[in-house]
Design a protein around this ligand. Structure first.
Ligand SMILES: Cc1cc2nc3c(=O)[nH]c(=O)nc-3n(C[C@H](O)[C@H](O)[C@H](O)COP(=O)(O)OP(=O)(O)OC[C@H]3O[C@@H](n4cnc5c(N)ncnc54)[C@H](O)[C@@H]3O)c2cc1C
Length: 490
């Protein structure tokens, strides 16, 4: 640990300076003296991972891992991840981004664009994001176009967002077949207040099955016996006629998006969000799944958050329902990103958080759900996107997939996914092992993406954040390249 932080300080200083001057060789030269120690740190991290799961993914040979990646790009990535690991720096940067005075100013936006935005985002327009997909595709990976918009408050905002999603699908359709998917947020297609009301009513119906919801269309179950229902303590008012119309319009937006995806065979990934709206999100998603997943390749993919205590029970209920309806169960599996929000809400109501009590329980739930889904993929009953930066989960799932004989050679039932700018080592290791891998590519004007950038900065904050494994791999490869260049010159 002491060695690691000493090295990190020295390497950070020299790499950040070199990145600014676009002189990777100088950066690598400065790190040269630390080569052996860095290798020691990287290999001990690798040993830890190896001890925990079967070895399908190879991270030791960084030359093979990063083959095709330019040194300038590795140095830039390392410099950004290293800067984000410095807690006080992240605190200042996120406070600045949260301040309307800074985020609203041209200088503030320019600073964000030149740093975190460049690292985590694929550009301002769908065309720029498409160029990123082409680059990834040449390197053996795909891209998931993520038009970065946050919650919509009213119908006109939802219509604008739907038009943005349709434009993303049109752009994806012009890309090489199989290279691109599109992801959407239901909170961008239906006013959030209405999603909250519909979720309340769905929870009430779970408690009181006789409750009639005239607007409800057929779908999979969105809640189960272990789902927390405390958010709906008393009977909620029924939807007004105007609200029912608004809900129908949101449904229409989703159907139009699903139809466009079905026309071009583009997978549509629906993000999961937070407890107050998630039942309604699942309700919409499953109605879409029933409409579009009956044919050959499923189109509409929902999301399960494994950090929720009811995740496994709900997953099993969804699988039974999909089997009964004879449609493919198409899901993205994530750990979940709204931990603090869920904990705050539960605490304000004086109830336990819906999230697993320990991080280990979340890991176990994630790995268990992944194994459950892989088994269904093998039987041709499911399509799954394992969205994770966790190396152990990646290793375990990859080993299980190979055991089951799925995932390799363009098998479309399984893909892994990581966010752009994160866990590149894992993405490349999975790609090298023959799996389909896609990067989530958020795009949109800088001011629209700021909440997303703040979330990424916070996720990478701290020396022991999820990026530490990547930083170790990057340092090891840069040192190797430096040594190779030095020997080559002698
Ligand atoms: C391609 C992609 C798509 C995604 N889509 C969504 C989405 O639709 N909805 C969504 O909510 N998130 C989504 N995420 C984010 C995801 O949920 C995680 O926030 C993120 O990926 C970190 O989890 P990990 O699997 O990478 O694991 P790790 O890197 O191991 O991260 C673990 C993290 O889990 C959190 N955690 C979970 N449970 C606990 C607990 N009980 N106690 C303490 N900490 C806990 C902690 O913050 C911890 O840092 C997506 C991620 C990716 C890569």
């Amino acid at each position: 640990m002491a060695i690691a932080s000493r090295i990190q300080k020295r390497v950070l200083a020299s790499f950040a300076a070199a990145a600014a001057a676009k002189l990777p060789e100088a950066a690598v030269a400065a790190a040269g003296g630390a080569a052996e120690a860095v290798e020691e740190v990287a290999s001990s991290a690798q040993e830890q991972v190896q001890a925990q799961g079967a070895q399908v993914l190879e991270f030791g040979d960084t030359e093979r891992l990063f083959a095709g990646e330019r040194s300038t790009s590795l140095v830039r990535t390392l410099a950004v991840l290293q800067a984000l690991s410095v807690g006080p720096l992240v605190d200042v940067a996120t406070a600045a981004l949260r301040s309307p005075a800074v985020a609203g100013s041209a200088a503030g936006r320019a600073a964000a664009r030149a740093t975190a935005y460049q690292h985590f985002c694929a550009g301002e327009t769908a065309e720029e994001a498409a160029a990123a997909v082409r680059r990834l595709w040449r390197g053996g990976m795909g891209g998931i176009l993520d038009y970065g918009i946050e919650d919509a408050e009213d119908g006109p905002a939802c219509d604008r967002n739907a038009a943005g999603f349709l434009a993303a699908i049109d752009v994806a359709a012009a890309l090489p077949p199989g290279s691109a998917s599109v992801c959407i947020k239901i909170t961008a297609l239906c006013p959030v207040a209405l999603l909250e009301k519909a979720s309340d009513l769905l929870r009430w119906q779970q408690k009181h099955p006789a409750t009639k919801l005239p607007w409800k269309v057929h779908g999979f179950p969105v809640l189960c016996v272990s789902s927390p229902l405390y958010l709906t303590a008393a009977e909620p008012p029924a939807l007004e006629a105007e609200e029912e119309r608004e809900l129908e319009m949101a449904h229409g937006r989703l159907l139009a998006i699903g139809e466009r995806c079905a026309e071009y065979d583009i997978p549509l990934l629906v993000d999961a969000e937070y407890a107050t709206v998630q039942p309604a999100i699942d309700y919409f998603t499953f109605a879409g799944a029933l409409a579009f997943n009956g044919g050959g390749r499923p189109i509409v993919h929902g999301t399960v958050q494994a950090y929720l205590r009811d995740a496994r029970d709900r997953l099993e209920a969804m699988a039974r329902a999909a089997q009964g309806e004879r449609v493919c169960l198409a899901l993205k599996l994530v750990r979940g990103a709204y931990l603090a929000r869920e904990a705050r809400l539960a605490a304000s109501l004086g109830v336990p958080s819906p999230v697993h009590r320990s991080i280990q329980d979340t890991h176990d739930c994630y790995n268990g759900c992944a194994a459950f889904l892989l088994d269904r993929v093998r039987r041709g009953a499911a399509a799954v996107t394992l969205a994770t930066h966790n190396v152990e989960s990646g290793q375990l799932a990859a080993a299980r997939a190979l055991e089951l004989g799925i995932g390799g050679g363009g098998d479309r039932g399984l893909q892994f996914a990581q966010l752009m700018g994160m866990a590149d080592g894992l993405s490349l290791g999975l790609r090298n092992a023959g799996f389909q891998v896609s990067k989530y590519l958020p795009y949109g004007p800088v001011e629209q993406i700021i909440p997303y950038l703040i979330r990424r900065a916070e996720e990478n904050r701290g020396l022991l954040s999820s990026s530490s494994f990547d930083r170790q791999l990057l340092r090891k490869e840069l040192v190797r390249r430096f040594k190779a260049a030095m020997l080559g010159r002698e």
